[in-house]
Ligand binder design. Structure first.
Ligand code: PLP
Length: 351
């Protein structure tokens, strides 16, 4: 065990068991005498990995056969483009809650017409807009469940009369929600489910094939579904490490148990921020994220002392996003509460 407490926003902490099993698979995968890095993605050993990696997502999310699970390249960023390519006919509605949401909007505008139906940009994304209506004329509604940079999270999702698409990159598998309210979910793996290099897409099959647009093969969800996520060589190692992470989650009580742990961790830190006059969050209390806690010093002159103290305590990855400054404690599923306690102790001893 290392004594470093990794609060990095992504790529991020993963369970120790995942590191050990991944390392073993690089040396000798499934005892076949070969590395997972050198076997064919069409071999029986790897096809079994992909099949289980797809199946476990549906089990954890309690989704039925009307959904398909894909592991794709290109990051969540490519999904910003793939979503409108596959779903946009005339107009889509986007909720602008941060830099990533704005990125999704920018890409979608290259494909067709977009309405930003609500935005908190004017307040530096310090809250989640709630006063908006998604009319049924829209082909779909796109939202971002957790805003990694600002530390805000949607606590509930609107009832909409159209398709609902969600970028869950930074809070996927962190809380027990009704996943069947979404028609398409995507997430870059590197925030809460695996290493960088693979992106999870969960899509309801019946929503596809409704646009006349010519869709290039790699951008076409249906082609990936037809080829069972092996349209081209998949990122085999990130898929395997993601499977290990999800197996670890399933063994430890699934999403509901992870949510309880995440709530305890977040409360521990928010309670300290609220108690301690040296600190404050960037965002409004009602929208605070369980995953990424962005906060700042109330008195900048204490910066050197605080930075020295958390570094001395073995804390890593606490600097805020470059666009916001301050600090960000990312507390993904794999972060133990003991590490949060170390941070809280450092904060409470700051004079
Ligand atoms: C990190 C992040 C992205 C970008 O993910 P990539 O996989 O790097 O493209 C998109 N959306 C959210 C919410 C993120 O946190």
């Amino acid at each position: 065990m290392s004594n470093v407490h990794n609060f990095s926003a992504g790529p991020c902490i993963l369970p120790q068991e995942v590191f050990e099993k991944s390392a073993q698979a690089i040396l000798n995968f499934n005892d076949i005498g070969l590395s997972i890095l050198e076997i064919s993605h069409r071999s029986k050993d790897f096809v079994a990995v992909m099949d289980e990696a797809r199946a476990i997502v549906k089990r954890l999310m309690k989704l039925g056969d009307d959904y398909e699970v894909l592991y794709l390249g290109g990051g969540a960023s490519l999904q910003f483009l793939m979503v409108p390519f596959n779903l946009l006919k005339t107009k889509a509605a986007y909720l602008d809650t941060g830099t990533w949401a704005a990125g999704a909007i920018k890409e979608a505008k290259m494909v067709g017409e977009i309405d930003i139906i609500a935005s908190s940009k004017a307040d530096n994304y310090a809250y989640i807009p709630k006063d908006y209506e998604v009319r049924s004329e829209y082909d779909y509604f796109h939202c971002t469940s957790n805003n990694t940079i600002y530390g805000t999270q949607m606590k509930s999702f609107p009832k909409v009369d159209t398709l609902m698409v969600c970028d869950m990159s930074s809070d996927i598998f962190s809380r027990d929600i009704d996943f069947s309210q979404f028609d398409l979910i995507y997430a870059g793996a590197q925030k809460n489910m695996g290493p960088a290099g693979v992106t999870l897409v969960v899509v309801k099959k019946s929503i596809l094939g409704k646009t006349d647009r010519v869709i290039p093969s790699y951008l076409n969800y249906q082609q990936h579904i037809d080829k069972e996520s092996m349209l081209n060589t998949p990122p085999v190692f990130p898929v395997y490490a993601s499977l290990l992470t999800l197996q670890h989650l399933e063994k430890n009580g699934g999403i509901a148990a992870a949510e309880q742990r995440n709530i305890s961790k977040a409360h521990l830190l928010y309670d300290e921020i609220d108690r301690n006059p040296n600190f404050e969050t960037f965002c409004r209390a009602e929208d605070r994220s369980l995953m990424n806690i962005s906060f700042k010093l109330t008195d900048e002159s204490k910066k050197d002392a605080f930075d020295a103290a958390w570094k001395a305590a073995g804390i890593s990855g606490l600097n805020g996003h470059r666009s916001l400054g301050g600090y960000r404690a990312s507390m993904y599923n794999a972060m133990p509460i003991e590490s949060v306690q170390v941070l809280v102790d450092v904060m409470s001893s700051l004079k």
